[in-house]
Design a binder for this molecule. Structure first.
Ligand SMILES: Nc1ncnc2c1ncn2[C@@H]1O[C@H](COP(=O)(O)OP(=O)(O)OP(=O)(O)O)[C@@H](O)[C@H]1O
Ligand SMILES: O=C(CO)[C@H](O)[C@H](O)COP(=O)(O)O
Length: 410
């Protein structure tokens, strides 16, 4: 419990864990208290609890530095508009808000701040360092149309900052280390994705980012990967068994040298039988096809491009796999590949190619990572539209109002 020193009548429970000195000025405290009081009033008067919004919840799980942010930028673009940090709030907010989407980063549910983790000798990947009860309660509230005050983990200071108000969007993405870890949270997800980046590729991406962009040494990068490895294997990697779609990123097989990571082999594993999700296929659904599209209609320089499509099993479930090894020389020629893929959930011919061209500067735009992320974005748009269309709006609103009244406000 915290009593605002500038406004003692306001007694609020603070979910953050850093010491008072880290919390900043009295003004910050006061702003938090007042915004919390306003948020409460909004919730009581029903404005924060919307019977109009149906929030579809999507989980994206991956280790740090595995391309979640890049993926999110592609997804929010497909879903319309640009997602930006919430206006007028913490400059270090990890949240992105777009017209229809909100992306929350589950780092915000770290129960232990950087110092606390150091003291206890645990990594952020360890469930003990995260507050799954609060994560569950808040995702459940948002899904039910109720606004929440979510904590903010500040990656610059390593502390938990005052919370920020999150309103229920049409599509809520929860991205981070553990979206599929807790069965209660899994049960709230309408669709889930796991980015499965092989060790070689993860290492190459981390070196490129942390060495080139953040000035870290090779030794410190190696040490940080090593320190996280056992927790990654224990707590993060097993979540892929629960994902509806998995994007695996591996070194190419087109170049004989081992572990060439400049060219990637990317596999999109799509579980069969997922509600509102129909797997993409190449040429002929259910068949097994290896396709080298290089020739008159697709320019390919060494080592070329190879596609593969076929049925498979994933953790004993039936799945389809679409694989692309290699990279495009000319992105506009992707239309040739797009015209041979079916079930893309596009709204017009060439939409995948257009999306890829629009974000040609994003990492992975010339290979299967960008292509499959874009396809998943289109599938999520369709999933959302189908869920909305499938619900009689009357029945939904009645149920939603009941939930709003049942759930305690922020
Ligand atoms: N498809 C890709 N192809 C090549 N490089 C990529 C790809 N996706 C991401 N990267 C590189 O990997 C690094 C990490 O990407 P990104 O910031 O999207 O990951 P993240 O999972 O959000 O990381 P963090 O959790 O640490 O914030 C970036 O430097 C980016 O250039
Ligand atoms: O794995 C991570 C998720 O992005 C981070 O390492 C974790 O959130 C801790 O952050 P920081 O290193 O900034 O204290």
């Amino acid at each position: 419990m915290m009593v605002c020193s500038l406004y003692p009548a306001l007694r609020v429970t603070t979910p953050w864990s850093c010491s008072e000195s880290h919390l900043g000025s009295c003004r910050k405290q006061l702003m938090f208290c007042v915004s919390r009081r306003k948020a409460r009033r909004r919730a009581w008067t029903g404005v924060s609890c919307s019977a109009e919004t149906r929030t579809v919840v999507i989980g994206l799980a991956a280790d740090s530095g595995c391309g979640k942010s890049t993926f999110m930028r592609r997804l929010t673009s497909v879903l319309g508009g640009v997602a930006e940090p919430p206006r007028g709030c913490n400059a270090y907010s990890n949240t992105l808000v777009g017209d229809a989407t909100t992306v929350i980063c589950l780092d915000d549910y770290h129960a232990l701040d950087r110092e606390g983790r150091k003291e206890k000798g645990v990594t952020a990947l360890d469930p003990k360092a995260n507050n799954f009860d609060l994560m569950y309660e808040q995702v459940r509230a948002l899904k039910s149309g109720v606004a929440v005050e979510k904590p903010v983990y500040n990656h610059v200071t390593g502390c938990l900052d005052p919370p920020e108000l999150i309103r229920p969007p049409n599509i809520l993405f929860i991205e981070g280390l553990h979206p599929l870890f807790d069965p209660r949270i899994r049960s709230l997800l309408d669709f889930s994705i796991y980015l499965d980046i092989s060790n070689e590729v993860k290492f190459a991406w981390k070196i490129q980012r942390d060495m080139a962009e953040r000035g870290e040494s090779l030794e410190s990068i190696k040490a940080s990967i090593k320190a996280r490895k056992s927790d990654f294997d224990m707590y993060i990697d097993p979540q892929k068994q629960y994902a509806d779609a998995i994007i695996e990123v591996l070194p190419t097989r087109l170049i004989p040298e081992k572990s060439a990571t400049e060219v990637l082999r990317v596999r999109l594993v799509m579980r069969e039988g997922v509600k509102h999700f129909t797997p993409v296929y190449l040429f002929d659904e259910g068949s097994t096809i290896s396709w080298t599209p290089c020739g008159g209609k697709l320019s390919c320089s060494y080592p070329g491009i190879r596609f593969f499509y076929g049925p498979d099993t994933y953790f004993s479930d039936e799945a389809s796999v679409l694989e692309m090894d290699g990279q495009f020389d000319r992105l506009d020629e992707l239309i040739y590949v797009e015209s041979h893929l079916s079930n893309l959930s596009t709204k017009y011919y060439g939409e995948v190619t257009q999306q890829m061209l629009k974000h040609a500067d994003f990492p992975g735009s010339n290979d299967g990572t960008g292509l499959f992320q874009t396809i998943i974005g289109l599938k999520i748009r369709q999933l959302y539209e189908q869920i909305i269309a499938g619900e009689s709006s009357h029945g939904w609103k009645r149920e939603q109002l009941r939930r709003c009244l049942r759930l305690s406000p922020v």
